[in-house]
Structure formats: structure tokens, C-alpha cells
Design a protein around this ligand. Structure first.
Ligand SMILES: Nc1ncnc2c1ncn2[C@@H]1O[C@H](COP(=O)(O)OP(=O)(O)OP(=O)(O)O)[C@@H](O)[C@H]1O
Ligand SMILES: [Mg+2]
Length: 246
């Protein structure tokens, strides 16, 4: 469903991604691993065109979502953001209430009543394992939440738009083991409906959660395959040294 063809990108004089070719299939949970600075976040950011807001940024190549080029200037940004959700490593909370954060992307949705929106919010908060913790303070500021709660809120805010692709950039980096486990199970539970790209520095997490793994090093794909293939390749000394840096 998502095809990346000969894609390169960088900032100013620094090229960060080199001739990436990748085919992500519907239902994939693709783990991206690689040393710090290898371009993982840059690649995710390109997939929902968030980098374009940086005047220093450049890119070449094609990113086709169901045959349509995401990079085509005629593809409206709001359509991309609705189809491709992005959750950052550090929770990016808006300065408003918990419920308004969840409903942010539906602000201009006129076909839903307030009651329907409330119901949707509750369902999605249950899905991300946050409902019980916030049900009595949905109208309180989201900034009062702990970092782990904020991260689950960000995932809820992305999921409420029913994206076809969810991009998660080290989403559990600031979460405790139980919450991490919840997020991993959540990703697996919606794999039938949502294709996920999951950047992680945690090998075990990639092994547990993903069905495919891509290894990036210095902006190039050095491994791409099922997790069985990629981790088996871990016997290769180059791969092992890369993994040790992740
Ligand atoms: N906005 C920017 N302007 C200039 N250079 C940038 C920008 N964002 C990232 N870079 C550079 O691009 C390279 C890749 O960064 P990126 O954030 O994609 O790496 P990463 O693999 O996600 O690393 P990490 O594991 O530390 O999150 C780095 O050298 C970084 O300094
Ligand atoms: Mg990163």
C-alpha cells in the first residue's frame, strides 16, 4: 500500500536519506531500527510531509500511497495528515483539555453530534488504556497528565482519525513496562485495520511487536525483511555491530 521509490532527503548541505526503496504492505507492523542519527525520524516525518515546513529541507523520489504520490503538491496536506498519523517520541500535547486534545482532528467535523464525539473519545481512550485514569477529568488541562499518559493521549488523538497508516517514533521511550506492553498490544490489535511503522531502539520490542524489520545505517537501508530473516542476519558481524549501537 505504501511504496517508497528511490527516495533521498536532507537538510541544507547534509544528505540524510540515500535512495530508499521500500514497499510496506497493508497490515504490516514495520519496525525501523538503526543507530542514533541514521535518519529514522526523518524518514517518518517525510511520510506525512511534516518536514516540508523546514525551509532547509529537500527531498527527491516518490512516496506512493495506494498509487497516489504523497509528495505531489496537488495532494492536500490535510488529506495526508488524516490518512497518515504520526506520534512523536516526546508527547506533543496541545494546550487545551484532555477531551479537546483527543478530538483535535475532528474539530471541523460537522457530521458528528457532541454526544457522538464524546462517545468516540471514550472508546478511543479505552483502547489506549487511558480511560480509567482520566474519566473524571476529561475537561481538565492535558498538560496535567504524566508523560506516559500524555503519550497515550497522543496515540488516541492519532487513532480517532482512523488513519490507514500510523507512524510511531519511539512511542514507548518514556513509558513504564506495563504501559509499554499496553501500547505494543494495541499496535498488534489494530494491525488488521492499520498499517504501522514503529521506530524503536529496543530490539526486544521489535522482535515482540513487528512482523517486518528495516535496519537503517547512515541513511541507507542495510537490512529489510521479516523479523526472522533480519534477526537471523544478526549473526553477520556488520549487523551485530550496528545492533549494538541501537
Ligand atoms: N531539522 C533538521 N535540520 C538539520 N538537520 C537535521 C534536522 N533534523 C535532523 N537532522 C539531522 O539528520 C540526521 C538524521 O536525524 P534523525 O532525527 O532522522 O535521526 P534518528 O535516526 O531518528 O536518530 P535518533 O535515534 O537519535 O532519534 C542527523 O544527523 C540530524 O542531525
Ligand atoms: Mg529519531
Amino acid at each position: 500500500m505504501l511504496k517508497i521509490n528511490d527516495f533521498s532527503a536532507g537538510y541544507g548541505n547534509t544528505q540524510v536519506l540515500f535512495n530508499i526503496n521500500l514497499h510496506i504492505k497493508k497490515g504490516d507492523i514495520l519496525g525501523i531500527i538503526g543507530p542514533s542519527g541514521s535518519g529514522k525520524s526523518t524518514l517518518l516525518r517525510c511520510l506525512n510531509r511534516i518536514n516540508e515546513e523546514d525551509s532547509n529541507f529537500y527531498q527527491n523520489g516518490e512516496i506512493l500511497l495506494n498509487g497516489k504520490d504523497l509528495l505531489d503538491i496537488n495532494t492536500p496536506l490535510h488529506e495526508i495528515r488524516k490518512t497518515v498519523g504520526l506520534v512523536f517520541q516526546k508527547p506533543c500535547i496541545f494546550p487545551c483539555s484532555i477531551i479537546d486534545n483527543v478530538l483535535f482532528g475532528l474539530k471541523f467535523e460537522r457530521n458528528l453530534t457532541e454526544l457522538q464525539k464524546r462517545k468516540l473519545t471514550e472508546e478511543i481512550l479505552v483502547d489506549v488504556g487511558l480511560f480509567d485514569e482520566v474519566k473524571d477529568r476529561l475537561k481538565s488541562s492535558a498538560q496535567e497528565l504524566s508523560v506516559g499518559q500524555q503519550q497515550r493521549l497522543c496515540i488516541a488523538r492519532a487513532l480517532i482519525l482512523k488513519p490507514k497508516i500510523l507512524l510511531l517514533d519511539e512511542p514507548t521511550a518514556s513509558l513504564d513496562p506495563d504501559t509499554t506492553n499496553n501500547i505494543e498490544q494495541l499496535v498488534q490489535s489494530f494491525a488488521k485495520k492499520i498499517t504501522t511503522v514503529f521506530v524503536t531502539h529496543n530490539m526486544e520490542q521489535a522482535r515482540r511487536t513487528c512482523n517486518r524489520v528495516l535496519v537503517l545505517n547512515k541513511g541507507r537501508v542495510v537490512q529489510d525483511g521479516t523479523k526472522e530473516q533480519v534477526f537471523k542476519a544478526g549473526t553477520n558481524p556488520l549487523f551485530s555491530s550496528l545492533i549494538a549501537q541501537v
